[in-house]
Design a protein around this ligand. Structure first.
Ligand code: 9UX
Length: 72
């Protein structure tokens, strides 16, 4: 089973920022693939909700110094 959620990311101003966000989220156990688009300030994440939650993902982004909210 898997989940695919898109997030709006705040606080990214350079390509290094987007790589940092992508890296910290990809390191989370249960995340299959995280991809950040700097131009649109959006991130898509494929994850296994039995291992990691969307809350965990958003908290990880916040801890890295940015903010993420689910994009509806
Ligand atoms: Mo460079 Mo992006 O300091 O915050 S990583 S602008």
């Amino acid at each position: 089973q898997g989940n695919h959620i898109q997030y709006d990311i705040d606080g990214m101003t350079c390509a290094s920022c987007s790589q940092t966000v992508e890296k910290v989220v990809n390191k989370l156990e249960g995340v299959k693939e995280a991809a950040v688009n700097l131009a649109t300030e959006k991130m898509t994440v494929d994850f296994d909700p039995s291992i990691v939650s969307s809350e965990d993902i958003m908290k990880t982004v916040k801890d890295a110094g940015y903010s993420a909210k689910e994009s509806l």
